[in-house]
Structures are given as C-alpha cells and as structure tokens.
Design a protein around this ligand. Structure first.
Ligand code: MG
Length: 262
C-alpha cells in the first residue's frame, strides 16, 4: 500500500503503541472509467471551498447577488433605460408599462435562486393573474403566475417551462405569500447556426421538484412551437413585465463549474 501523503510519520496512541495514520488518498487504485482520476485519488483536487449561507436560501460566498433588496443597480430596462420598477421594503415590484428588466451581467449555465410574490389581491384572470417570468438567458421562461387554485392552461402555470412543459406538481402558495424558485440551468450549445445540445432545466418551486433535468424545446413563444436560434454562451437574466404587480427579492446566481475546477 502506498500512503504517499502521510509522510508525516507515525501517530503515537495514548497507550504508547505506534499506529499508522489513516491514508488521505491512494495512488494504487484503479482508474475511474471515463475519468483521469483513480478511485480515492490522492492527487485529485479537493473541491473549491466556499462559505455556506447563514440560512437556507441566502447566497453562498461565490454567488453573484443581483438583488439584495436595496436597489436595482445590477439591472437595466429592456428598453435600454434604468429599470422603472419600484423598490421598497426589501423587494422590487413590477411597474406596468415599464418593461421587463435584464441583468447587466450575463450568464450561461447557472444555479439561480429567486423569490417572488403575486399580488395579494386577485384581480386578473387566466394569464393575467400575477403573471411575470424568470426568463433565463432572456429566452427560456420559467413562468411566474398566481397558480393557487388556478385553472389556466397547464404549460402556463407557475414554474412551467412556458408553452412547453407543465410542472410535475402544483406547489403554489397563496397570492401575496413569498415563493421560491431554485433553478439549475444547462445552457444550450451551438456551433455556428447548428444546435449541438439543447438547454436543460431542473426547478424546485418552494423546495419541491417541478422539473427534473427537462429538455427545453426552444426560446419562449406564445401560441407556437418554440425553436432555437443561436446566441452567445452568456446572456442576461430577464424578469418579465406582464402588467401585473409581481414582487421579487433575494436574487442570486452561481455560474456552474465542473468537477476538479479550483
Ligand atoms: Mg410570464
């Protein structure tokens, strides 16, 4: 057995009997299929250490915080001006007619956390009831809608991949209550005009799985079948203005990195 990293020597037990310390890895084990590393490889890079959030849902240390409740300085209006949404009491709120907002920073494959609340007073009907959307890469919409006891079409309900896939379950909270999305998004890949790999998305709505690595058909569209058009590897995150006073808070994004990346 080769315990290369334990050259520090022998441990001495309380009783005075020398003991060999446990190995911190191996270099005589088989190579893992499809990987460059051995089983328990002593040389494999240890994962990059980050600081966990103090409470669940808060950003870990490597997250890009896009909205912490104070201002929309990380955002612009899709119209090219400053975002015209209201900010108060730790949240921002859609202003009808102000347009959707887009993050100044661009992202591809990412983990996204976002919290939202539909208006507590139910006024509109069907897709006019608390409609907004988390539009990843400004193209792929995870629907925001007041879907509590709601009968609008299935692929338009809250956390649906709009116009493509309904959710596995409807885990919506009552209007006015804060809800969470935790999204893992794999960006599509293109070579020139050719689609090499579609996008995939996993979504937890209020902590419950609503999409499990689901393939996205294409960019969001209404009353038509979505298709892909080539775009850059990173694009802004968009929050949709659909005329309803939906609120958002605690928005952060982590770019996905692969294994063995420091
Ligand atoms: Mg929408």
């Amino acid at each position: 057995m080769v315990y290369r990293a334990v050259a520090a020597g022998l441990l001495v037990a309380a009783a005075g009997v020398p003991q060999t310390p446990p190995p911190i890895g191996y270099s005589d084990t088989p190579v893992l299929p499809g990987q460059k590393w051995r089983v328990h490889d002593i040389d494999r890079p240890r994962p990059r250490a980050i600081t966990a959030p103090a409470e669940a849902g808060k950003p870990p240390s490597d997250a890009v915080v896009l909205f912490d409740g104070r201002d929309l300085s990380k955002w612009a209006s899709e119209k090219g001006s400053a975002p015209g949404w209201k900010v108060e009491n730790g949240y921002c709120e859609v202003t009808a007619g102000a347009g959707s907002i887009v993050s100044k920073e661009k992202f591809g494959s990412a983990q996204i956390h976002i919290e939202w609340a539909a208006p507590s007073e139910v006024t509109g009907a069907s897709q006019g009831r608390g409609n907004s959307g988390v539009i990843i890469m400004s193209r792929y919409e995870i629907q925001v809608l007041d879907s509590y006891n709601h009968t609008s079409y299935a692929d338009g309900q809250a956390s649906a991949i709009y116009g493509q896939w309904p959710t596995l379950v409807n885990v919506s909270r009552k209007p006015g209550e804060w809800q969470t999305y935790d999204i893992v998004f794999d960006a599509p890949r293109f070579e020139g005009t050719k689609l090499l790999a579609p996008a995939y998305v996993t979504v937890f709505h209020n902590g419950v799985l609503t999409h499990h690595h689901q393939e996205i058909i294409g960019a969001v569209v209404h009353r038509a079948v979505a298709t892909y058009s080539p775009h850059a590897p990173e694009e802004p995150l968009m929050l949709q203005e659909h005329g309803n006073k939906v609120r958002y808070r605690n928005i952060w994004v982590r770019r996905l990195t692969g294994y063995d990346q420091r």
